[in-house]
Design a protein around this ligand. Structure first.
Ligand code: FEO
Ligand code: CA
Ligand code: CA
Ligand code: CA
Length: 611
């Protein structure tokens, strides 16, 4: 079908109100259902989930914990069958294990269960007849079904830094093969059909940073810049995986942490393939990566580094994508992320701001910007730094070139209908506080609790451009609260919008509307999913579509290509201080204890969601 013109999908649903209910709420005229939960079968033959008899072997074949990114990759033209690909970002041991007391008291098997509960799942799903709902396929070969874990899955390092001495360990003297992936947060689907997944807060899993830092001032500075604790052996809240696997001990394996913090590429159609970590895309706390093609057909990836005062990145492949399905095109496209140019964003400003979130005097948060190249085809473009320095310690390369320090860049994605890029900056309560950087036009609020969304227009409307213009699309909060922060909804009438706080993940529907899920709603209600037109008279009219249960964060989201279903990942339901498996703060979805799960919602009349 031809692509609809952008802005032609007016959002007709009645927004739901903010709430604190322990369930999923969707608008009138919609329904929803759980598709898959933590512990459900992924690999055919996996044991039934029994929280009282968990094993690492079972978890390695079951759906992992804390589902985050969701992709729905169709297996046919009618969207009757699809592959559901999901990240499992992290574990809540206190909510997973009956009788939990402290992380110190976990058994070795429980630590291995946690390792197995990290990673990704690939699951065949099918449409429920007559609705926009989906269910897991329960019969047949299900040949694509796969678990990728932190416990056992082997990954290949690719690109200019693969094999570097900084990536070698005793177990892997070649510096090319890594076991496991960690803290996989957001991601994307490439135009050639693979899955991208970001390794985000990998620093928390390592111990012995104090011993590793003794190697010298450079090593210490690198560990510090990546948040790996150097003052004590055990960072607070550490899971002590070193007790079951010495690779998590930097005193013994000082380079192991350098092998995490990458973008992973997984081919969901080749269940035997080894997933890869692409060093050409740089190493940082990768929220995720999303891909679009440039005018000349090169792959362009947008990537956020989710930390207060960190950066926004872009990668442009050296080679263009080949179209078509023949094996040679596929082989070629699987190499696209191994060579190219890695850029970091520097924003230019036209106005000063007062720190409240109020519009500057010229009536717009806007300006120009440039993508500063850091490395190209294995050559460092940062004076005085080797290519390994730039790719493995990319944050410090960004520091060296004066990149713009942003309010926690989360998901970043280009609108497939317009090419404009939307970056969720989730919050930064340290902005303008103490010795931290102050406000600028792109980060206009001191103690930014609610976050904002940047819109980037690449020059020449080409995603491979090296310069751009930008504006703030949303400055989030509750405009109806007279004591609240100043907000901005792209100039739309603020009396008519849903309040929104802490944008995290973004997606687009087939009409080019932006869907935004939130993490950490600082307005006090449950997190949720919102939709907002980007073009036309409704631009900026934010409407709340869904809320998730108590203590949960809304992840995903993903809309099917036919528009009939929207998926969200309900991550960490019941993650509330003092709660545990035995004393749950949420009992969603089954009424006993909390289980992270993926939900699909659809419209009862069968038409496109939202429109
Ligand atoms: Fe895992 Fe940046 O959220
Ligand atoms: Ca301005
Ligand atoms: Ca996220
Ligand atoms: Ca987040």
């Amino acid at each position: 079908a031809a692509k609809p013109a952008p802005g032609t999908g007016e959002l007709t649903f009645k927004p739901i109100p903010p709430n604190k209910l322990d369930t999923v709420i969707v608008p009138n005229g919609y329904d929803h259902a759980v598709v898959i939960r933590w512990g459900d079968e992924v690999v055919p033959g996996a044991p039934d989930f029994d929280p009282y008899n968990q094993t690492a072997a079972a978890q390695s074949r079951q759906f992992g914990y804390n589902n985050d990114f969701v992709a729905v990759v169709p297996l046919d033209r009618d969207y009757r069958r699809a592959l559901l690909v999901v990240n499992h970002e992290y574990t809540n041991e206190d909510l997973m294990f009956p009788g939990f007391t402290t992380l110190d008291a976990l058994t070795p098997e429980q630590r291995r269960i946690s390792l197995a509960a990290h990673g990704l799942s690939v699951v065949e799903i099918e449409r429920v007849d007559g609705t926009g709902g989906w269910q897991v396929v329960r019969r047949g070969s299900r040949r694509y079904n796969r678990r990728v874990t932190a416990l056992a899955t082997k990954f290949q390092l690719t690109g200019p830094a693969a094999g570097s001495p900084l990536l070698r360990t005793t177990a892997d003297p070649t510096g090319t093969t890594v076991i496991g992936t960690l803290n996989n947060c957001a991601g994307g689907v490439t135009p050639w059909g693979t899955i991208l997944s970001g390794e985000e807060n990998f620093n928390q899993y390592f111990v012995g940073g104090d011993a590793a830092a003794a190697a010298g001032a450079d090593t210490r500075a690198r560990l510090d810049r990546y948040g790996i604790t150097t003052s004590t052996r055990y960072p607070s809240g550490n899971r002590k995986w070193d007790l079951v696997d010495p690779r998590f001990d930097l005193a013994l394996n000082p380079n192991e942490a350098n092998r995490f913090g990458w973008i992973v590429e997984l081919d969901p159609f080749d269940p035997d393939s080894r997933p890869r970590k692409h060093t050409a895309l740089g190493r940082f706390k990768h929220e995720g990566a999303t891909a679009i093609l440039s005018k000349a057909g090169h792959a362009v990836l947008y990537m956020g580094d989710d930390e207060r005062f960190d950066y926004l990145y872009k990668f442009v492949s050296s080679k263009p994508m080949k179209k078509g399905d023949p094996a040679s095109a596929r082989r070629h496209n699987l190499t696209l992320l191994e060579s190219g140019t890695l850029y970091v964003a520097k924003f230019g400003f036209t106005s000063t701001v007062d720190g409240t979130g109020a519009l500057p005097a010229d009536g717009g948060f806007n300006g120009t910007g440039q993508w500063i190249p850091l490395a190209r085809d294995g050559v460092s473009l940062v004076p005085g730094r080797t290519i390994e320095d730039v790719l493995i310690f990319t944050r410090q390369a960004g520091d060296a070139v004066g990149a713009t320090k942003l309010d926690r860049p989360e998901d970043v994605e280009a609108n497939p209908l317009t090419g404009k890029v939307y970056a969720a900056l989730t919050n930064n309560t340290n902005r303008g506080v103490g010795s931290n950087p102050g406000v600028d036009e792109a980060n206009p609020r001191v103690r930014n609790r609610h976050g904002h969304v940047i819109e980037i227009t690449e020059d020449g409307d080409d995603n491979a451009a090296e310069t751009f213009t930008w504006d703030l699309f949303l400055v989030c909060g509750d405009p109806a609260d007279p004591a609240g922060e100043v907000t901005w909804f792209a100039g739309y009438d603020k009396t008519k919008v849903s309040p929104i706080s802490c944008p995290d993940n973004v997606a687009f529907d087939r009409f080019g509307n932006l869907w935004i899920s939130t993490d950490g709603n600082a307005l006090g209600s449950n997190d949720g999913l919102f939709a907002v037109p980007l073009e036309g008279p409704e631009r900026g009219h934010v409407k709340q579509f869904l809320t998730v249960p108590l203590g949960a964060e809304t992840c995903g989201p993903a809309l099917t290509g036919d528009g009939r279903s929207v998926f969200v990942a309900v991550q960490h339901p019941g993650e509330i201080t003092g709660a545990s498996f035995d004393k749950p703060a949420s009992t969603w979805p089954d009424g006993n204890y909390a289980r992270p799960a993926v939900v699909a919602s659809w419209r009862l009349d069968g038409r496109a969601v939202g429109a």
